[in-house]
Each structure stands twice: as C-alpha cells, then as structure tokens.
Design a protein around this ligand. Structure first.
Ligand SMILES: [Zn+2]
Length: 543
C-alpha cells in the first residue's frame, strides 16, 4: 500500500482487518516491522508499528502479509456469502478515503470471481483461474463476489457502459430446504402430491439467464436515466451479482450485490419465504436503488454519519425516477412509491410512535432507540428521499420541466466528484440553484427548508377547497383555498396546485403558505377542468 501521511507524528497505524485474518509479516519501506493483533476473540484490531513518526505530506509504502478464513461462507449450490466486505483486506478509512487498487485473485476453476475496477487479465493455472482487476479511478472501497455464476453482458453504446449480470443456477441450501418443507406442508393439507420442483426449478422455471436479463435491463435503464439527471459515471462498467444473503442489497464501485430473492417473482417469494406483497413491493426498486449508489456513495460520498441521509435519500429518489421513466407515460407506480414512503415515515409503530417522531434525519444512526429500533432505516430512506423529491417539484417549471433541478444535481456531482458531501455543502448547491419562488425568506438562503425537513420533525397537514365559476370570454375561473395546519407559526412551504383537463395533469402554479393559515387564490383557466388538486405528485410530505 502506498499512501501519503495526512498528519505529523503517527507511530501506530490502525487497519480494518477481519479478526480471523491473521497477519504474518509487515514491511515498512524496506524494513520488517512489528505489529499488534491479539487473539481473534480478544481485542483483535490490527495495528502496524512504525519505526519512526510519520511526516505530513510524505509518501510511504507498507507491505502486509496475512492469511485466514471466514470471509467467504459456502451456502451450497455454488452460492457463497461474502462477508467482511470492508475488512477482507487491511483497509484504511474505507468510504472516507479513496484509493486505486490492483487486485489479483486465484480461485478454483469451477467458480467465478467478480472484482471491482476493470478486469485486465484472466488465465488458468492448473485447477485455478487467476484474474487481475485494476481501478484507474480511485474507489472508496474494494471488493468481490464469488460463486458458480453464469455470466451475461451487454454493452450500452449510447451510455458507453458495459453491464454484466452474474447469477447461480441452483438455490442455496437454506432456500432449497424451505422449498422442500413448503411442498411437504401443502401435500399434508391437500393429501395429494404437489408438482415437484427440483432445486433449479425452484426458481419457478425461470432460468438464471432470464433473471439476469431483467437485472441487466433495469441497470441499463437506470444508468441512462441517472446519466441524464446527474452526469456520467467514471467507471465504464457495472456488474450486477447475486448474493445468497436474503435481506439486503449493497453497492460497491462497479459491483452490485443483489439478494437472491430479488431475482424471484412474488409467487416464488411467497412459496419459499412466505413473503407478503408489501415486502415484495419494496424489492421492486432494489436494482435501480443499488445502481444509484454508484453515484451516491461512490462518486459522491458522505462526510459523516450525519450526512448519510443524503446518500440513502438520493438513492431512493433515483429509484423513484426509474419508476417514473419506465412506466410508459403513466405515473401509477411512481405515485404509489411516494405514497408508500409517506406511510413509512408517518405510520405509528406498536408504541404509538411514528418513525418521524424519532428525530431529525440529520441525527442518522442515533435515531434508533429501544422504542423505535428501526427508525433510522425507516426515516432515512423515506423522508430522506422526500427531501430531494420536494426540492425537485419546487424547482419544476411548466416550460422547462426539470431542467433546473437537473442542472443543480449535475453541479452537485461535479463539485463533489470523488469526494464527500455534507448536508451543508449540499445546501450550498441548492442555494446556488434555487428559484425565486423558493426564496421564502427573501435572503437567497434555504435555511427555512433545511431547518424544517432535515434538522426538524414538523409535518404539515393540508386541506384544499375550490370552486369553478364562469369568467369573461367563456373562460373559467378557479377559486381555491389552501389550508396548512399542525405546524408552528413560522413553518413555511410551497404548495403546488394542479388541474386535470382530461388529457394529462397540468401544473397551474404554487401557493406559498406560512403557519396555520388559509391562502386564497383565483386563476383563470382556458376551459373547465375535470378536477383541481394540490400535491398531485405527493410534492410535499404531509398528512
Ligand atoms: Zn441504499
């Protein structure tokens, strides 16, 4: 490892290394040096001891030799669970500091290893495959996936991107066993044999090839949409890979891990896991969400845990865009997505607490308490993405559409390229691009918005009443009243008003509201609308 010291005087360097990986030799410069690594069940953190203090700005080289196990767990059927994703190598400041990597892997021939960066070499040595992976763009973390994979790949000429999919053809043991148990149970109830499924057919007759195709198409669409909205990625390649762990997905630079169940359809999930529709719904955007993390987490990182909401919020906001673009002009899934996020943020748990009551999203992981054990996950995804969603619809313009918001997001990526963003650096970008309508305090600052939605927990309630009256020249006048309540006297928001003329929804304008009050307005319309409404796109997170 070659590195530059950022501070003077360090004698002991700490590395992230899995306790079951045991160091055997550390060389600093040319000289073998001591290191500390207590027994794996004790204080097993790994430290290298340097012969003399580091000098700020100077370049150093350290060589670490280690060996061990427990990084990869065999789950059966050619499926391997990769653990220790940041500590399979001696890592320094994973996610905070970026580095280029040159990785060589040697694995048994029947298995495939998928690395980060670009594959520059592959060859065989007796019963092993040797592959080399190099990153020319600095990465926030390095990693790999591994299994008896079948590979498919497409090159998107338009996006200039290589998209690869990797899936196994057999179920891991735990799913195969569940499937057998479920078949046994149904046989007991029905008293007659059910159609048998082999381990492979357990995928419901869907071959991994077809499953991978779906993931590839979704990734390709995601990349095209996000390129347009956020600017292009530097990596040139992405591998969508399957992992046996069922309950989460993860995105490493150029490498996405998707839980095996995201490759199933809802019937298969029900058969194997008894999963209901709500859980299934949340899996529908897992691919676009994880692909979005290539931007949010890798090209742009977060400065501290306080700023983590921004990355998760952006990733889910991006997944919402994916739904909007892939629905063929309809907005059913898109609107349902935001309705579900609203419910997630505002629905009470068994203790009577809403995730939103746990605290401001800026508190990050500290939101989790015994009374709201999942508050962080629930609120950061849902309200975090709403913050972006609300900004988007505030910046929307009937003539130019989303151009202003897109310009802002591209500027955000460009100004934080391969760097970390904080809530305040993001706010500065928003203030640079904010529209006149957003300047509710008349000071070209967005304090009002961030104080309410990122550093605060207030949620407004709205009511909309309107009537239609004949105007001059056969026109129609819409007379409307927007009432905001459940807020403190200084709570401000911009509420968009829409009308449905039977051939699409038109945005008529926005009404600024401050405090618990009713704003009245009148707007002439060219013809009578079928109906008028506020917050058609769930533009404001509200009751
Ligand atoms: Zn995420």
């Amino acid at each position: 490892m070659t590195f530059v010291a950022l501070a003077d005087g360090e004698r002991v360097l700490r590395f992230g290394l899995l306790p079951t990986l045991r160091a055997t030799k550390v060389v600093f410069g040319e000289k073998e040096v001591d290191y500390i690594q207590e027994k794996k069940d004790e204080d097993s953190s790994f430290y290298a001891i340097l012969p003399k203090p580091l000098v700020k700005g100077q370049k150093y080289k350290i060589y670490i030799e280690y060996q061990g196990n427990k990084v990869v767990r065999d789950e059966g059927g050619g499926n391997f669970a990769i653990g220790a994703r940041t500590s399979w190598y001696p890592s320094v400041n994973a996610f905070n500091d970026r580095a280029t990597f040159d990785l060589t892997f040697k694995v048994p021939k029947q298995y495939t290893l998928v690395g980060v960066g670009k594959q520059v070499k592959e060859g065989e040595e007796t019963d092993f495959t040797v592959s080399q992976w190099v990153s020319d763009v600095p990465l926030a973390v390095a990693g790999f996936n591994y299994g008896k994979f079948k590979k498919q790949a497409v090159t998107d000429e338009e996006a200039k991107y290589q998209i690869e999919g990797y899936a196994t053809s057999e179920l891991p043991n735990y799913l195969g066993d569940r499937l057998k148990a479920r078949i046994r149970d149904t046989e007991k109830i029905d008293g007659r044999p059910q159609p048998r499924m082999s381990k492979t057919e357990g995928m419901g007759g869907m071959t991994p090839t077809r499953l991978t195709e779906k993931a590839i198409v979704e990734s390709q669409n995601s990349i095209r949409i996000y390129n347009l909205w956020f600017g292009e990625l530097p990596y040139g390649r992405i591998a969508i890979t399957q992992q046996p762990q069922p309950n989460f997905g993860q995105s490493w630079p150029t490498l996405v891990y998707l839980p095996i169940i995201s490759f199933f359809d809802s019937t298969q999930r029900w058969q194997m896991l008894g999963m209901n529709n709500k859980l299934t719904e949340s899996l529908q955007v897992i691919t676009p969400h994880e692909v979005a993390h290539q931007w949010w987490g890798h090209v742009v990182g977060s400065a501290t845990y306080h700023d983590q909401w921004l990355l998760e919020g952006l990733a889910d906001f991006s997944a919402g865009l994916f739904l909007q673009y892939t629905e063929d002009g309809k907005l059913d899934k898109y609107l349902k997505f935001w309705e579900r996020h609203r419910e997630t943020a505002l629905e009470k748990n068994p203790f009577g607490l809403r995730p939103n009551d746990a605290g401001p999203i800026w508190m990050g992981l500290r939101l989790d308490t015994p009374k709201a054990p999942r508050a962080y996950n629930q609120i950061v995804f849902s309200k975090g993405s709403y913050v972006l969603h609300m900004l988007r619809w505030m910046m929307y313009d009937r003539q130019t559409g989303d151009q202003k918001f897109m310009a802002m997001m591209r500027d955000f990526v460009k100004s934080h390229y391969n760097d970390n963003a904080s809530t305040e650096t993001f706010k500065a970008i928003v203030e640079k691009h904010m529209t006149k309508q957003m300047d509710l305090d008349g000071n070209k600052r967005m304090n009002w918005f961030f104080n309410q939605w990122v550093y605060g927990t207030e949620i407004p309630r709205y009511r909309f009443d309107y009537s239609l009256a004949p105007g001059s020249d056969g026109k129609v006048v819409l007379k409307g009243k927007v009432t905001q309540s459940d807020v403190s006297p200084n709570f401000k928001m911009i509420v968009p008003v829409y009308a449905d003329f039977g051939k699409g929804i038109i945005r008529l304008g926005t009404i600024p509201v401050t405090g618990n009050t009713t704003e009245e307005f009148e707007v002439p319309l060219p013809e009578k609308p079928k109906r008028a409404m506020i917050n058609y796109h769930y533009d404001v997170l509200a009751h």
